[in-house]
Design a protein around this ligand. Structure first.
Ligand SMILES: Cc1cc2nc3c(=O)[nH]c(=O)nc-3n(C[C@H](O)[C@H](O)[C@H](O)COP(=O)(O)OP(=O)(O)OC[C@H]3O[C@@H](n4cnc5c(N)ncnc54)[C@H](O)[C@@H]3O)c2cc1C
Length: 230
């Protein structure tokens, strides 16, 4: 990028970027997944009830990635990001380098297509990049809503997921990108009537799961997809 363009972007960013502080960082073992607690004093989290949110984080010069703020507390302006750092990418590198006390910058926070639906059975399906997203959706569930589903994770993270998080879903092996094989196999065996089926994460896997859910006569319900990466 030429220096005039860089300067123009820097001036523009100065007027729109908001700042937050990293309060804590917890890597899972192996360190291909990280939980990052952040303090966002400029954000009013009381507005987050209409849908799961996403935050456009600055991960490198003029480079932005979306991450899902989960486990938020509107009173203290704090939340947690759950980020897959298993691959080579600007976002992965940024998340893997953050330390307690660091400043993060973000362009803004806005809603996704995943909103709380009136069905009393919610089904969550995705890979580990969607963990924060589903924790956020769980936070929006009113009492009486029954949550189930499946998350594809690398085998080394199964125990940590079950120990650290309280998300009542089945853990399946992420055998390849997005856990497509195991998630489609799992979905084939399910029966639902009047369920809200939320699918998130790897885009090609999400598309496959959506058409599988729509074609399966044992699955009745609305299917909502939020693609993340491909
Ligand atoms: C609304 C929304 C919310 C999101 N929330 C989250 C979140 O909470 N947590 C999270 O981890 N991600 C989330 N994502 C995805 C995130 O924005 C990035 O797309 C992702 O982190 C990849 O960015 P990157 O710069 O690291 O890699 P890129 O430079 O985009 O990609 C580099 C390579 O890595 C591969 N890759 C990318 N992501 C993964 C992955 N998860 N597993 C394996 N390989 C991968 C790509 O296929 C590509 O080959 C969200 C995306 C959206 C649209």
């Amino acid at each position: 990028m030429n220096s005039i363009k860089q300067k123009a972007i820097a001036i523009l960013e100065k007027t729109v970027l908001k700042a937050g502080t990293v309060l804590d960082v917890r890597f899972w073992e192996p360190a291909t997944f990280v939980e990052i607690d952040v303090h966002l004093p400029e954000t009013d989290m009381r507005q987050w009830n209409a849908s799961v949110q996403h935050m456009k984080c600055k991960v490198a010069p003029a480079t932005y990635r979306d991450y899902t703020p989960a486990c938020w507390d509107a009173g203290t302006h704090t939340c947690t990001l759950f980020i897959n750092t298993s691959h080579q990418g600007a976002g992965s590198k940024w998340a893997g380098s953050l330390q307690k006390g660091d400043t993060i910058e973000y362009l803004g926070i806005s809603g996704t297509s995943h909103k709380p639906l009136p069905e009393n059975q919610w089904v969550f399906i995705g890979d580990n990049s969607s963990i924060g997203h589903f924790l956020a959706l769980q936070q929006l569930a009113t009492p009486g809503i029954e949550i189930s589903g499946a998350i594809a994770l690398p085998p080394q993270h199964h125990r940590q997921f079950a120990e650290y998080l309280s998300l009542p879903v089945t853990i399946v092996n992420a055998s390849e990108k997005g856990g497509s094989t195991t998630l489609t196999h799992w979905l084939q065996q399910q029966r639902y009537s009047n369920a809200a089926i939320y699918i998130a994460g790897h885009i090609p896997t999400s598309v496959t799961l959506r058409s599988q859910a729509k074609q399966n006569r044992n699955i009745e319900g609305r299917v909502k997809v939020q693609g993340f990466w491909d």
